[in-house]
Ligand binder design. Structure first.
Ligand SMILES: Cc1cc2nc3c(=O)[nH]c(=O)nc-3n(C[C@H](O)[C@H](O)[C@H](O)COP(=O)(O)O)c2cc1C
Length: 162
């Protein structure tokens, strides 16, 4: 008999959701110069030397090809007052998620948001197969931090640090 529990994807998602995370918006530019962005809470720090971090993108995301094929990406750790921005960049409907935002140009033309707790500009270090996601490991080329309190995601809801 197998020791593997019968997995219900919705229950498993709820179990994953017990792990409180921050919220990030991750951006890149395609070789044709199109800006892409996605909200992600799969961010994790990995290594200090070399400076590495990771996140994962779902294969069913519209921006999957852009991130899977990119050389660089930028990660913005959101502040507690950036819930609306998180929803915007998680939207499946918007054609231009960046419309109306102040954007700075970063390394290799990366579109950078100007409001954040922390911002990391990365080159692709490695890609790993991860089931219905791809795991992207980035090498940190530059980073900035601010004194804001972070936005928190837990149990499928946004929260603030008390
Ligand atoms: C708080 C939060 C965290 C998310 N984390 C991830 C993630 O780590 N990876 C991912 O692929 N999608 C994640 N998503 C879902 C994407 O943001 C969402 O599917 C988005 O619409 C994809 O955009 P696209 O289809 O336009 O590329 C998250 C959504 C929210 C609201």
């Amino acid at each position: 008999m197998s020791n593997e529990k019968q997995i219900d994807p919705r229950e498993l998602r709820n179990a994953y959701g017990t792990f409180a995370t921050g919220v990030t918006v991750i951006t890149t530019t395609t070789p044709e110069g199109r800006r892409e962005a996605i909200t992600a809470n799969s961010f994790s720090s990995v290594s200090l030397d070399p400076a590495l971090l990771l996140w994962s993108i779902g294969r069913d995301s519209r921006s999957f090809d852009a991130f899977n094929g990119c050389d660089h990406f930028a990660i913005h750790v959101l502040g507690e007052d950036q819930q609306e921005l998180s929803n915007r960049f998680a939207s499946k409907d918007l054609t231009d998620k960046f419309a109306g935002f102040d954007i700075e140009e970063g390394i290799a033309g990366l579109p950078l948001l100007t409001d954040y707790c922390a911002r990391f500009q990365c080159s692709i270090y490695n890609r790993y197969e991860g089931g219905d996601h791809i795991i992207l490991v980035g090498r940190v080329l530059d980073y900035d931090t601010r004194e804001n309190d972070p936005l928190v995601f837990h149990g499928g809801r946004y929260r603030r640090i008390a």
